[in-house]
Design a protein. Structure first.
Length: 301
């Protein structure tokens, strides 16, 4: 990595730390949404730089669909134990059991969309007024419309036309009772920036991100991890492939890519030559052209 890259990462790091400290200063009950994915992991390590030797001024919050990768859950629990911070888990299964959401049926059924209800219920239960997340503007066009401080109404809904201007890095956290703000400290980062930062800071990641052998099926033109959460039928053929995951989410909507990238340098080279976007491995984004925007309007992160 050359000096220019180091200087650029330093600038991105400083901006993110500034935003995290702004959240701590402006809000009474913030939270950091943690998925076990590389972006939220990066946020945790930025928070360590922002607030140590003190404790985080917010808990980590994980919305657990119940269909997560075991590797991601194990990583989450080990990380929380190591850094000694508070973890709150909202369970989609609880909302299914209570009848607040109905589990999807059919071959492509997924709990991913159901987690919006669990997220909103968790925000209401703990009265969070700001939720920090690892979304980036380069991921998907709906996320490119977000501000760094993105206001949600009292129903948790997002209206891109109501977002406030952010001039000269001035972030307005004033909200009415019942509203909350979603905060994106790494909005200006790209997927490559995240990987370069992970390499520079030597941040450990779940093994899912590195090439490994796994049983997969081909569905809708992509590899899905064979798991008991997929509704398999006679058309599904289980194969053993060398794969890795560029993004980590619910097992029913997160696809793998064939890969032999076992080291971070290999991954960075692979991303640089890839013609497929990071979100191209998410089945939930393929529902419609505006799938992400519609979910965000309903309260999705």
């Amino acid at each position: 990595m050359n000096k220019d890259q180091l200087d650029y990462l330093d600038e991105l790091e400083a901006e993110a730390i500034y935003i995290l400290r702004e959240v701590a200063g402006q809000f009474e009950k913030p939270a950091l949404l943690f998925s076990g994915g590389k972006d939220s992991i990066t946020l945790v390590y930025l928070a360590l730089k922002a607030f140590r030797p003190g404790k985080f001024p917010f808990p980590l919050v994980h919305i657990d669909t119940g269909h997560n990768f075991d590797e991601a859950i194990q990583y989450r629990d080990q990380l929380v134990e190591r850094i000694g911070e508070k973890l709150i888990v909202g369970h989609v299964q609880d909302d299914i059991d209570a009848g607040r959401v109905v589990e999807q049926k059919g071959k492509n059924a997924s709990r991913n969309q159901l987690q919006t209800v669990t997220l909103l219920n968790t925000i209401a239960k703990y009265q969070f007024d700001a939720c920090i997340g690892g979304a980036r503007r380069d991921e998907e066009k709906a996320r490119a419309k977000e501000r760094i401080f993105s206001v949600r109404d009292e129903f948790g809904q997002w209206d891109p036309k109501r977002q406030r201007p952010e001039l000269w890095n001035l972030y307005n956290g004033k909200i009415h009772k019942g509203e909350n703000v979603r905060v994106f400290p790494i909005s200006n980062w790209t997927e490559m920036d995240v990987w370069n930062y992970i390499r520079r800071e030597n941040i450990p990641l779940p093994s899912l991100y590195f090439a490994h052998e796994r049983d997969v099926i081909t569905r809708n033109g992509v590899y899905m991890a064979a798991s008991p959460f997929l509704n398999l039928d006679d058309e599904d053929v289980i194969e053993r492939k060398n794969v890795r995951f560029r993004t980590v989410g619910d097992m029913t909507c997160t696809a793998a890519v064939e890969s032999y990238a076992h080291e971070i340098d290999d991954i960075i080279n692979e991303i640089g030559s890839s013609r497929i976007s990071e979100r191209g491995a998410r089945m939930d984004d393929k529902v419609s052209e505006a799938a992400m925007e519609e979910r965000k309007k309903g309260g999705y992160f």
